[in-house]
Write a protein that binds this ligand. Sequence first.
Ligand SMILES: Nc1ncnc2c1ncn2[C@@H]1O[C@H](COP(=O)(O)OP(=O)(O)OP(=O)(O)O)[C@@H](O)[C@H]1O
Length: 448
Amino acid sequence: MTAIGEASRRCVVWFGQPTERERISLADVGWATRIVDAEAGGGVGKRHGDIVVALADLRCGDAHRVQAIVKWMAEHPHLLWLTLLSPDAPVQTPQVECLVHASMDCFTAPLDLQRLIHVLRRMEGDYLPIAEARSEGIGIDGCSEAIGTLISSVRKYAPVDLPVLITGETGTGKEVAARALHGLSARAAHPFAAINCGALPPNLVQSELFGHERGAFTGANVRRIGHFETAAGGTVFLDEIGDLPLDAQTSLLRFLQEGTLERVGSSHSIKLDVRVLSATHIDLEKAVAQGRFREDLYYRLNVLRLRMPALRERESDVELLAQRFLDAFRVHHSTNARTFSRAARQAMRNFAWPGNIRELLNRVQRAAVVAEDVLISAADLDLVDAPLLQSMRFSLGSTRVTAERDAVITCLRESRFNVSECARRLRVSRVTIYRLCKKHQLALSELR
Ligand SMILES: Nc1ncnc2c1ncn2[C@@H]1O[C@H](COP(=O)(O)OP(=O)(O)OP(=O)(O)O)[C@@H](O)[C@H]1O
């Protein structure tokens, strides 16, 4: 890379050759120009806080150069791009199309410098650098501390052949975590079966999970292999485990204890090697206390535990995930939107995201469809009048909620996690303590 001028907070990384007039005009408005040879490789020399815009100048050079720029672009996904086309250059090649598609704006030579400066000013106003993700190729994207802790737990738990109970609100990525656990384990080459226990018809749960023999019940005309046998050697992920009927709980417990199962209508035990991961967004401790969930099964499933943080606890991940979802959307759909306006980013950070990552994904996809500008606005995300997390934080209501949560945690600790004792001290019923634990997402086993 050849450096022209001093490194600046605002810099156009120019893939090609700017004219002296172009360079000086940009310098006059505070933008340094750095010339980069894409074919020679190297980085942008970006420092923290720099605003860097890359410009693909296609006024000269051949197809190899365009290809090198496209490669460079793929290696630097967090840069914002502009493309400058030559009126004679073929626009129809896939490489040029790729550059045009990924750019925030396109110019045709001769370059309209006033328009370029206007576009740069606008990008400066709206562009906030998006942090790099930590996903490390396991599908759990994020750069927050909470996600760093989660990823290191996933790495620790993956190779250990024990059940993992994954807790968290709806849409927080419980299934994504289960897939990561499977993908990082020695079972990765074997099947991963995800089953939503809440979606199975209650009378068919046993047969769905463990299979049935021909004639086991009316309508069982042929032998059927269940999900467990299908996943032999791999992993079964039981989502909404709290919805599992009691008879199926008994069969699952037996499988976890003995590693064997029986198809419905058979007394023959089948030995099977399957790791069981489960997830719940309900309070299983409460279900145990109410007799809806077997306590012995609960302890078997809860050997290792992962808690998926709510999106509002991962404020710094919101923009990163939003950009990821937008980039993924653009691969298959044509949209003007390239990134998010400053106001949209602020609105996303301030929103409480009750539906978590799933809601973010849905809002971004909808915004990508309706956005008419390159920048998605808060209105496109339907977040203009949304209740603010900030105002929720400081409202009287939220102060009460926080105080209530703190009181329950403190009293539980002081009562050595004896719910009856805690209820006596707080002068409420045991049921109320369980209700409060659920309301504030307090898992007794985690607190202990
Ligand atoms: N860290 C992540 N990075 C990118 N996408 C994610 C991440 N976590 C979740 N998602 C996406 O969010 C959506 C919801 O994830 P998932 O189904 O795993 O959530 P869940 O907690 O299992 O939800 P539910 O409790 O409703 O079953 C999916 O589309 C998933 O691909």
